[in-house]
Design a binder for this molecule. Structure first.
Ligand code: CDP
Ligand code: CDP
Length: 225
């Protein structure tokens, strides 16, 4: 077990966390866990149940029976809430707009942090999110903090949407990303902040392959893999 590492990748929206975390996990033969998808799945379920995004008590009740699971697929990971597949639904703009409010609720953070710690308990995991290095896995072997300018991140989201046939407004995307960054960084519980022992990687000018290579180098420098 000793050499099965816990790798934490945190950072703001569209910094490239999930894309590179998936590739790093694949290279190491590790499991990838997308904690943002878990917060998005809770948001999807709350909307379905008609629960307001800031109703901490109702969310706590809902979470008691909420099963969120991931299943590997050829085209990436599928996300389920109970038996319902929500992989595409959780990426819709209306989910992005309320996820940060849901993620600021104490009951939600408590429940999801516990589940994430269980998933990562045996190591051999690359987990991405906002508070992995600071709160979920404070003893992770490697902690990466991925950043990129807001302009570049909005452009990435724009291109991603375009590839899916969704025409988005670049300025609006930029504003939405900045707003979510602000909410995530200023919330009382587990805000988005770089862990003191995390290594910052600015991806603004880097390709996906370059970021992956940089992270693999950091992991190798740790001398364990
Ligand atoms: O993919 P994107 O960067 O847009 O976001 P995400 O990783 O899917 O996360 C969606 C939202 O979930 C974030 O904006 C945070 O509000 C919340 N989140 C969080 O609070 N803590 C985490 N560990 C992961 C996500
Ligand atoms: O998970 P997170 O929200 O941090 O970002 P992501 O969903 O992995 O990446 C957002 C978009 O940026 C994707 O379309 C990636 O292909 C792209 N990307 C990029 O163009 N250059 C990078 N160095 C990293 C990601």
């Amino acid at each position: 077990m000793d050499d099965l590492l816990q790798i934490a990748i945190d950072g703001p929206a569209s910094a490239g966390k999930s894309t590179v975390a998936k590739l790093v996990a694949h290279q190491l033969g590790y499991v990838y866990c997308d904690t943002g998808a878990m917060y998005r799945a809770v948001t999807w379920a709350a909307r379905k149940e008609g629960i307001k995004a800031d109703d901490n008590a109702a969310l706590e009740k809902m979470l008691k029976n909420l099963e969120i699971s991931f299943k590997p697929a050829v085209d990436g990971q599928r996300v389920y809430v109970g038996h319902a597949e929500v992989t595409t639904a959780i990426r819709l703009p209306e989910i992005a707009r309320s996820v940060s409010t849901i993620a600021a609720q104490v009951s939600v953070r408590k429940a999801l942090t516990k589940r994430q710690q269980e998933i990562a308990a045996n190591g051999g995991i690359v987990m991405d999110g906002r508070d992995i290095g600071t709160t979920v896995l404070p003893n992770a072997n490697v902690k990466i903090f991925l950043v990129a300018s807001v302009k570049e991140r909005a452009l990435r989201r724009y291109k991603e949407n375009k590839a899916k046939g969704i025409v988005a407004d670049l300025k609006q995307l930029e504003q939405e990303i900045a707003k979510r960054d602000y909410k995530d960084s200023t919330r009382a519980v587990s805000p988005l902040v770089q862990a003191v022992d995390a290594i910052k990687v600015d991806t603004t000018q880097l390709s996906i392959d370059e970021v992956v290579a940089k992270i693999m180098e950091i992991i190798q420098k740790k001398g364990k893999k």
